[in-house]
Design a protein around this ligand. Structure first.
Ligand SMILES: *Cc1c(COP(=O)(O)O)cnc(C)c1O
Length: 342
């Protein structure tokens, strides 16, 4: 069940007067949408609440001053109306601007202002033709909006089309459905399709340990059972997850449900989202702390996406340097040791 209006929201979650005012004001510009499930999660978690409920900062011109609509120039690198080709071996297909849950920190907030779109069948065919004509493309990212909310027949046209292209080896679906509406993942026809399509990897999107509920765990388990590896992309968000303690709990919790942390994204400077930004320095400090505490198997790359379309740069905290013919390293305890470069 999808909830969009204030009266319905108030039946599930108690709002303060300020929150109610902000809801009315902000939704004139940026709408609200949630599943009943995720609204209930928000009612139990302040962090989730921040990701879900409108805040006046979204429309504060001073706060949003340095934000851009499309800082990564996804529109500029488009090769068909729905396909962005930036890296030599992988392409991105933005299939829709529709999501059951609108995250306040959305990197594609610009698309909220467009009228609802879902990729048409002929555009699916066009994207597939493009990929056929570019055999270097081995990895296809399917994003949105929420691609797992597309009609299953449409998803089938796309996934089976890609399955038939021999040069495509990996199809990644970027989805937040296991987190925000896990029950919707548990559809036989959807899970059956993922299995049948063979090349599918799921990239899901947990940001906070409070999102790892029994329901979300069950959804991830079903995806794993359908033979899709499940990886996770987190966004570093001020006031939500910008501490080593929170991220340690998140990444350990994900590993426990066999979801591999892949990326921790630095928050892109998107208009309407700037109030969630932290500094890169802070991100690196958190990462350094994580390497002291947990295995790299549970630590994602911290990635900055280059303004204007330079692409992602994965970062690690700097724990070594070359001095003459030696390297000096920093251990997980913070000790310094050296090794000759021979
Ligand atoms: C993020 C992204 C990809 C995938 O990049 P990876 O680093 O391989 O995850 C591909 N194309 C575009 C345009 C992207 O933004």
């Amino acid at each position: 069940m999808i909830i969009k209006d204030l009266d319905r929201v108030k039946e599930v979650i108690r709002l303060s007067k300020e929150e109610e005012e902000a809801f009315k004001e902000v939704t004139k510009v940026y709408p609200f949408s949630s599943s009943l499930y995720y609204l209930k999660v928000a009612s139990r978690s302040d962090a989730v609440r921040k990701m879900l409920l409108p805040s006046l900062e979204e429309v504060d011109p001073e706060v949003q001053k340095f934000g851009q609509d499309d800082p990564l120039n996804e529109e500029g690198d488009k090769k068909t109306p729905f396909l962005t080709h930036r890296y030599p071996d992988r392409v991105l297909i933005v299939t829709t601007n529709q999501c059951p849950v609108l995250c306040r920190y959305c990197m594609r907030k610009r698309n909220w202002k467009l009228k609802p779109f879902v990729i048409e069948d002929r555009e699916i065919d066009r994207a597939i033709e493009y990929i056929k004509g570019n055999p270097k493309v081995r990895d296809v990212l399917i994003s949105g909006g929420e691609p797992l909310s597309l009609p299953v027949e449409k998803l089938e046209r796309l996934l089976i089309g890609l399955k038939r292209i021999e040069t495509v080896e990996v199809v990644r679906i970027g989805t937040r459905l296991p987190v925000v509406d896990p029950e919707k993942v548990l559809r036989e026809e959807l899970l059956g399709l993922i299995e049948k399509a063979e090349k599918v990897w799921i990239n899901t999107h947990f940001n906070h340990p409070d999102e790892i509920t029994p329901e979300a765990k069950e959804a991830c388990r079903a995806l794993l059972k359908s033979s899709a590896p499940v990886n996770n992309q987190t966004v570093l968000l001020k006031g939500v997850n910008d501490s080593a303690d929170t991220l340690e709990r998140l990444f350990r919790g994900l590993q426990k449900i066999k979801v591999r942390p892949y990326y921790l994204f630095h928050c892109d400077p998107v208009k309407g989202v700037m109030h969630f930004s932290t500094t890169i320095t802070k991100g690196l400090e958190i990462l350094r702390e994580l390497f002291r505490r947990i295995s790299p198997l549970a630590i994602p790359y911290y990635a900055v996406d280059g303004l204007g379309g330079y692409g992602k740069v994965p970062l690690l905290p700097k724990r070594f340097k070359k001095v003459g013919d030696h390297y000096t390293f920093e251990s997980f305890k913070g000790e310094i040791f050296t090794m000759a470069d021979r």
